[in-house]
Design a protein around this ligand. Sequence first.
Ligand SMILES: [Zn+2]
Length: 375
Amino acid sequence: MYRFLKILASLSLATVLFAVLLWYGKEVNRRAETVVWAEPFLDNIYIYGENVHFTLEPGFGEDVLLINKQTRRYFRPSVYANQGLYLPELEDGVYRIYASDLSIQAPKDFELSGYTITRSGQNLHYRFLCEQERLVLYVDCALALPEEVFDIIIDAGHGGDNNGATRRGRLEKEENLRASLYMAELFKAAGLKAALTREGDYIPGQPGVAEADIDPYVMGGRVYLAYSTQAKYYISNHLNASTRQAMQGWQLYRSVQADAGWQQAVAANFISFGHTPNDNFKSFGTEGIYRRYSQDNENTGSDYYYILRETGGKLTKPRSFIKVHPEIDLRQGAEGLLVEYLFLDNTDDLDYWDENWRGLVEAVADGCLTYWGVK
Ligand SMILES: [Zn+2]
């Protein structure tokens, strides 16, 4: 009898234990379900000029991102390509990167690196890498840029068989080249490493090519050079022409994806110089501070001017260049500015140019340096 009771007791103990274990197991499972959450996974990083944009999946795209060193720094994603995480503000060191307080996971071999522009004789070398499945950023001081890397690229518009605007035997391509060569001198004097899309009378990448066959996407062409030089800023120099001879004054075009910061710095200098803006295109903006949407595909929000659209990397939605050069890394692009100094086909403007072209180029260069924080 005693033995029977003993068996019964151990059985019920086993039942109770089993029940407890079963309940605990369920509880652990339930807790596990609530504990496991999705960490943000890096979709990609895009850089426009010196501004970083992170794209994350799934659904973390709008979250505030922070970068944590000894100090914590917060960055808000911006709709403007030329805002975001501004690389020159970072101190050297190693950064771990979070979104909504969760570390960002990156693909195993992820790597994206480059340089900020030269300020006080120094550059920052940045490297986004994946370490232990997490995105990290290394920032180091560099005392010089590698040979193939440039800060700025200056584009002398037109060239070769493409004269651009013409008046009284004057050719826009020649004025653009003169202005660009002088601008390169000014940037070099400010300690910047400046490249030119052309230094003579030819179409970049296509010497001897007739105007009808111009392809800006060829190897060595205007668009290709933006990526091969790794320039952070792209400035395209032009003189304007109009079917209405009364048209006068300067126009500045930025990408439709950017805010007007760069334009405003240059515009302020034009105005203090006494140079009047062209204000004829209300649909592009006012007082010469313009942006122009592509007419054929306005809904895509892309630029009308290929030089602004195709050179800015993924953020300016290049269309044609990708088809020609699928191997080019479009994760980094240059911030672009197209300057129309005045109307070459207007006689008053042309006289003004002849008297003041140096001062006007200086006004633009000085505005650029202000915007870039170089001086
Ligand atoms: Zn032009």
